[in-house]
Design a protein around this ligand. Structure first.
Ligand code: ZN
Length: 203
């Protein structure tokens, strides 16, 4: 099988420029997972691979929950591969919420799935929403990890910006570790270009 990086590159999903990430940080690269997941066969293949790692760990997942919008496709395919239910949280006036009639049972085992985990901020917000309704968060998962958090079995170090808890496993297929910068300390900004949010200019 092709490497995850090759899958992203071949799909035109590995963008180069000057990007404003949802975490507020800047980066020279951006991973546009939607371009990878627009092919359902690829989405299925990646979710199957991810599900095998989770099944092997012995963790029981009742439900996969993704923060909208980025995590929905990856989470839905992962739920299919795990034979689990799928729900998603979304922001209303910036506050993460569960809507659309989705309900969480007390002690339901929930895995939070994103397409990419950078700091894990949105994933953690989604986790808090379902936890407040009585769910157990059993794992976090993403197609790729940006190298700030530490995925299961990786030899990388967890960085201080990672918001995912230490005591819950985090599964991802691979690490994409490229530099990200604070907005007030970004070499690309110093070069005079303006960071833009991917998706806002037809990307
Ligand atoms: Zn910048």
């Amino acid at each position: 099988m092709k490497s995850l990086e090759d899958i992203y590159r071949d799909a035109g999903a590995y963008l180069e420029g000057h990007f404003l990430l949802s975490s507020g940080k800047h980066s020279k690269f951006y991973l546009q997972s939607a371009k990878v997941l627009e092919n359902p066969k690829t989405a299925n293949l990646l979710a199957e691979k991810l599900s095998q790692m989770i099944k092997k760990s012995g963790i029981k997942v009742d439900t996969v929950c993704s923060p909208a919008l980025g995590g929905i496709l990856a989470g839905y395919e992962l739920a299919r591969a795990l034979d689990a239910r799928f729900i998603f949280t979304e922001r209303v006036d910036k506050v993460m919420t569960l809507r659309r009639g989705f309900e969480v049972k007390k002690n339901e085992n929930i895995l939070i799935c994103e397409d990419i985990i950078t700091t894990g901020g949105s994933a953690l917000e989604a986790a808090k929403v379902v936890e407040a309704d009585g769910a157990n968060i059993v794992a976090f998962a993403a197609l790729a990890n940006r190298g700030i958090c530490k995925r299961q079995d990786a030899k990388t170090e967890k960085k201080s910006q990672c918001k995912l808890p230490d005591d819950i496993p985090f599964f991802a297929l691979d690490d994409f570790t490229f530099e990200i910068y604070d907005s007030d300390n970004c070499p690309l900004c110093l070069d005079g270009t303006i960071a833009y949010k991917p998706g806002s200019r037809g990307n």
